[in-house]
Design a protein around this ligand. Structure first.
Ligand code: TYM
Length: 336
């Protein structure tokens, strides 16, 4: 069966190493390995970004910058459909149709809502709560078969499968395909550089907790140098890192950026302390980001071209989404 690969990223700030290794680098790989008939859809989830307040001018800027970052990372707009979600109304429309199928009990189990709303649940927006239904619409509207994401999105994809199954059953149709989350082995969960038990995240107030695509060489080196570690030398096997979250994270990052496993990295670095290991890691990160940054600078110089590419992607996405959306209206007995 032909693959339909679909995934999104929120344009809420910089692209960081967690996004890159957990998702974007794998989007590019999947795009580059497409077989005849397969298709990729990648989008800026700007409708998701408004579930918390964001300055409108900032959102518009972020969306463009993030699109440029994806292209710089290797998303090829001739081979993949790249667009921003707000330009394809089928996402929001299908979301509303699916709201009749999604259950409150299912949404109540979503750990990301619990984390993001914190103690102030009553004050959180309805959008933040209903966000996974929009995410389900994002993938179901294209009949996604494969959804490359980091570990933190797995639960949302399971919800999308539940919604698809219930809709197909309740309305006796064979409309939605069940999407499969594709979670990488190497860097499914890149952790903060300041705390090996917390996810590397755009929303962490400490910039030192993450490596951003836009960080310059000195900043990358300094963040790696200051990354939290322990005083033990590196062991010979990954099992011995089970109780050492910071060390485990740095080894996993080096493994991911050099295309190896943690076990292979340890074969090379066992017995070393972090004084020796960190400069190797910093160099590998700089080498990973250098070509991406060069491409990013070129793209930033031509915003009109970027808009043209996003226009093209939105038109294509809308065309592919239209039949599924029509079928969903029809299944529900809605006239339009
Ligand atoms: P977002 O914008 O938070 O993150 C984009 C992608 O990056 C992955 N990621 C990580 N992977 C490993 N380690 C980390 N520390 C890390 N931080 C982020 C995320 O898992 C994600 O794959 N709700 C989504 C966006 C979205 C979406 C979709 C994704 C909207 N609709 C449909 C897939 C399909 C989000 O907020 O991702």
């Amino acid at each position: 069966m032909a693959k339909r690969i679909v995934s999104g990223i929120q344009p809420t700030g910089n692209l960081h190493l967690g996004n890159y290794l957990g998702a974007i680098a794998r989007w590019v790989k999947m795009q580059d390995e497409l077989a005849e008939g397969d298709r990729c859809f990648f989008f800026l989830a700007d409708l998701h970004a408004i579930t918390v307040y964001i300055d409108p001018a900032q959102l518009a800027r972020n969306t463009r910058e993030m699109a440029a970052a994806l292209i710089a990372c290797g998303i090829d707009t001739d081979r993949s459909v790249l667009f921003n979600q707000a330009r394809v109304p089928a996402h929001a429309e299908l979301c509303w149709l699916l709201n009749g199928t999604a259950r409150i009990g299912w949404l109540n189990r979503m750990t990301q809502f619990k984390e993001k709303s914190g103690k102030n649940r009553e004050g959180a927006s309805i959008g933040l709560y209903a966000y996974p239904v929009l995410q389900a619409a994002d993938v179901l509207v294209y009949n996604a078969t494969h959804v490359p994401v980091g570990e933190d999105q797995k639960q949302h994809l399971e919800l999308a499968r539940d919604i698809a199954t219930k809709f197909n059953t309740d309305y006796k149709v064979d409309l939605f395909t069940l999407p499969e989350p594709i979670i990488g082995a190497a860097a499914a969960r890149v952790m903060s550089l300041r705390d090996g038990t917390a996810k590397m995240s755009k929303s962490d107030p400490s910039d030192a907790s993450r490596i951003n695509l836009t960080d310059d060489i000195d900043t990358i080196a300094s963040k790696v140098r200051k990354a939290k570690t322990d005083a033990e030398p590196l062991p010979e096997t990954p099992d011995a890192l089970a109780e050492r979250p910071e060390a485990r994270n740095l080894v996993a990052i080096l493994a991911a950026v050099t295309g190896r496993t943690s076990a292979e990295v340890l074969v090379e670095h066992a017995g070393q302390g972090f004084g020796a290991f960190k400069p190797v890691l910093a160099d590998a990160l700089v080498e990973t980001f250098r070509p991406i940054k060069e491409r990013l600078d070129r793209l930033a110089a031509d915003p009109a071209e970027l808009d043209r590419l996003l226009d093209k992607g939105a038109a294509k996405a809308a065309e592919v989404a239209a039949p599924t959306l029509s079928e969903a209206y029809k299944a529900l007995g809605l006239q339009r």
